[in-house]
Write a protein that binds this ligand. Structure first.
Ligand code: PCD
Length: 785
């Protein structure tokens, strides 16, 4: 009897083709807009054209007169039901429909429900609203200025535009370290507002059945159980009468974590009309009103010893929160995991302060491919590293070598309280430097410069805390951040697996089956994976923060191990030996000392329903809930080379090298796809993407002519490498990876451009590095924002 070949059965390490692509590439996916229920109505939203204004009159009478209009909802009608405002996941409140004022352009003011979407749009056009404009506040500076109009005058006791203040670290020790420093390096920058812009926009089909009292909502959410809890708590509907179904999702990228007003409108509209109601955003609606990412101003200093050792860091963040503090983030910290900055470096002392500001912009600092502000943290960290090395006159790679944590140092406590689990940072850096040919490039760069050509190289080394969370530091509405898996092995040895996570394209249907194959030896093709329906899935906290592999993936392993433990008892019974004499190899139990006498996992499955030992419950199923002991800490080294045209400021990417260590890779092909996707987004943010506003708060970039997405044409090629440091606390040694390249990548691109023009004395150019910004920096030899 030869042991099963794990890769052949699609276990760990198999680059198994994605099973979900069978339907996706054939156009057979069932996305929200594919759902059509009998008698369904359509909903459209009247949005505010102004960023800040008092509402003086709303007249919906003409809309009601249009044949086919079934319902027109105003803030006042919501208020009568105590639903005009809803709580946010960041413990603030958000208007569901505006009553008193509008506070950002695109805010929801009136909702029209009609027989078809065109009539609903006509209904929206017929609504008359008078506004009395107020001055708009579009950045933290204006927000904090004395005499600024108070945006949140709805909140009792709110006397200015401060949303929160937060601090972490040791202020006094940090001041002492700065006093002793040989060199103090400083940097200020803005991480611009950006948008996840998934291909499919947000939407819902709400279906309230007055006969049974059951509410079913199909919606594009990354976290169905959280929505169910929120609906139960906010709308006070009984939880067992609520079913949230998240169908195929056309990308999430963090955009589909928050609970948006549109979902609430659709639910209420269905309850009031007694019919199913569909709401789907258009692209502009998605870009202007749903959760943005970033929009943070950072100002920091680093205390350095002449020999390159970092003594301490000090940092202040001003975040532009928009009109409502609706960050969909589950940590107990106001600015998410901003304080994961510098976690990969051996720095003992630091102090971070942050202030959140209300502005007249859309709310919801969503973690756009980011575990809650780690993108800002890692971007700032790596830009600061470059500035500090430059100030010391030290080579970029050498400066990192001096400060990166050594392999023996793990687990390592950061000055802000995180425990970094494991890594091989120096090895990753070296693999990257060798791959790009660092020393050779530096020589080429010097030679090119003699001829007036500007070449540059940018390094970004970073670790990211992935896998929200552990229940000590995370919760959502008080619910702990565990996840779950339920595995049922049928009598023929085929299985169904359900988890509390929800894939939006990442490939869970493929990879979770691989974990089962690894634990049980059941071929991955024999395991079907289902996620996203709260009526059937075990309770879980959803997919974001690259948490699925660290948390739900771990639960899959644990559930499979419970199944294996039961199967072992069945095997002992079948083999007529005691359990202690039964050994396991992939897919099969056998008698110790007599390996030819065995029972396969499939034979055990059959026996679980037909020939179990006396007194044993029939069946072969298990559920596991997993509360991770820590976050997983992948590491990555991204290196980019560029050439900048001194005449035009246009820059071209020459090469991109990525070395990712995400622990054990379940499916190497999928991991590579994740890294390439993240690098593409990193390139987009560095080179072309930002959401900007004019002085009146009009959003510039509410369409894809202005908000740019890179196509295959612009996107550079990526050279990928791997290092594997198994995660010490994850059952199969895996770490999260989905976000790493989007988090660590932007700094590598920007560092490369700054490196190319650094001789001109330019210290910073704020993203995106549009050619005119680069050109202006070259002309004025100054930082550009
Ligand atoms: N993996 C493997 N291995 C390892 C890891 C991992 O294999 N070691 C794989 C898994 O299994 C899956 C993936 O890979 O499949 C991923 O994973 P992860 O890392 O765990 O993550 P998840 O949780 O699953 O996911 C999430 C992420 C995020 S977060 C984001 S943004 C994005 C990413 O994911 N999104 C998306 N990616 C993606 N992709 C796609 N296609 N789509 C989408 O949407 Mo946030 O927080 O939400 O912002």
């Amino acid at each position: 009897m030869t042991a099963l070949d794990e890769v052949k059965i699609g276990g760990l390490g198999a680059s198994r083709l994605r099973v979900e692509d069978q339907r996706f590439v054939r156009g057979r996916g069932t996305y929200l807009d594919d759902i059509k229920l009998p008698g369904m109505l359509y909903m459209e939203i009247v949005r505010s054209p102004l960023a800040h204004a008092r509402i003086t009159r709303i007249d919906t009478s003409k809309a009601w007169q249009i044949p086919g209009v079934r319902l027109v909802l105003t803030g006042e009608m919501m208020a009568q039901r105590n639903l005009a405002w809803m709580p946010t996941l960041s413990y603030d409140t958000q208007a569901v429909l505006a009553t008193d004022k509008v506070r950002f352009q695109g805010q929801e003011v009136v909702v029209v429900v009609a027989d078809d979407p065109y009539i609903a749009k006509d209904g929206c056009d017929a609504v008359e609203i008078d506004y009395e404009p107020l001055p708009a506040i579009v950045n933290p500076e204006q927000s904090a200025a004395p005499g600024a109009p108070i945006i949140r005058d709805d909140k009792p006791g709110q006397t200015d535009n401060t949303c929160y203040r937060w601090e972490v670290g040791d202020r006094e020790a940090t001041e002492r370290a700065f006093a002793e420093a040989d060199v103090v390096s400083s940097l200020k920058l803005h991480y611009p507002r950006s948008h996840p812009s998934p291909i499919e926009c947000c939407g819902a089909v709400a279906d309230f059945d007055a006969g049974t009292g059951k509410l079913t909502v199909y919606m594009t959410t990354q976290a169905p159980h959280i929505v169910r809890a929120a609906v139960a708590l906010i709308a006070e509907l009984p939880e067992h009468q609520i079913r949230i179904v998240s169908p195929d999702i056309g990308g999430g990228f963090g955009n589909k974590v928050p609970v948006y007003p549109g979902y609430v409108h659709a639910i209420l509209a269905s309850i009031l009309t007694g019919r199913p109601v569909k709401w789907i955003e258009d692209k502009t609606g998605n870009l202007i009103s749903t959760g943005f990412g970033r929009d943070m101003y950072l100002d920091a200093q680093m205390a350095l010893r002449r020999d390159g050792k970092i003594l301490a860091v000090r940092m202040h963040a001003d975040t532009d929160q928009g009109a409502f503090f609706a960050d969909a983030q589950p940590s107990k910290f106001k600015v998410g995991l901003l304080h994961s900055a510098f976690a990969c470096y051996d720095i003992g002392i630091g102090y971070i302060t942050a202030q959140g500001h209300y502005t007249n912009k859309a709310p919801g600092g969503v973690a756009y491919r980011c575990s809650f502000r780690v993108t800002e943290a890692m971007f700032f960290q790596e830009r600061m590293m470059q500035a500090a090395a430059t100030d010391l006159g030290m080579d970029q790679a050498e400066f990192r070598r001096i400060n990166l944590r050594r392999d023996v140092a793990f687990p390592a406590r950061t000055p802000f309280g995180f425990l970094v689990d494991s890594g091989q940072y120096h090895k990753c850096l070296q693999v990257g430097l060798d791959a790009i040919g660092y020393d050779e490039f530096r020589r080429e760069q010097a030679a090119a410069r003699e001829k007036g050509r500007l070449l540059g190289i940018g390094i970004s080394t970073m670790t990211e805390p992935l896998g929200a969370g552990n229940s000590r530091e995370y919760d959502i509405l008080g619910i702990k951040m565990f996840d779950s898996a339920e595995l049922r092995v049928h009598l023929t040895g085929k299985a169904i697996l359900r988890t509390g996570a929800r894939t939006q394209g990442q490939g869970h249907e493929t990879t979770w089956a691989q974990i089962v194959a690894h634990e049980l030896g059941i071929p991955a093709d024999d395991v079907v994976v289902e996620e996203g329906d709260t009526d059937t899935a075990p309770y879980g906290m959803g997919t974001y923060a690259s948490r699925s592999t660290p948390v739900a993936g771990a639960a899959v392993s644990m559930a499979a191990r419970k199944v294996r433990a039961k199967a072992r008892k069945i095997a002992a019974h079948l083999l007529e030996v005691s359990e202690e004499d039964v050994e396991w190899e992939l897919g099969r139990f056998y008698v110790r000392g007599a390996p030819e006498r065995g029972a396969s996992i499939q034979e055990c499955a059959m026996a679980a329903y037909s020939n179990m030992p006396d007194g044993m419950e029939p069946g072969l199923e298990a559920t596991a809930y997993y509360d991770p002991p820590n976050l997983t800490w992948p590491f990555a080294c991204y290196i980019v080379t560029v050439e900048v045209d001194p005449e035009t400021g246009v820059w071209d990417v020459l090469r991109v090298v990525a070395v990712d260590d995400c622990g054990v890779r379940i499916n190497p092909m999928i991991v590579e796809g994740q890294i390439m996707g993240g690098l593409t987004e990193a390139y987009a943010m560095a080179s072309m993407q930002f959401q900007t506003y004019d002085a009146d708060g009009n959003m510039i970039g509410a369409n894809y002519m202005d908000y740019l997405l890179p196509t295959a044409w612009e996107t550079p090629g990526f050279e990928l490498h791997e290092v594997v440091t198994p995660c010490p606390h994850h059952p199969i040694g895996a770490k999260g990876v989905g976000e790493c390249a989007a988090v660590g990548g932007p700094a590598a691109f920007v560092n490369a451009v700054i490196d190319a023009i650094g001789d001109a004395g330019v210290r910073n150019i704020d993203m995106p590095l549009l050619p005119d910004r680069v050109w202006t920096a070259l002309q004025t030899r100054q930082s550009v924002s």
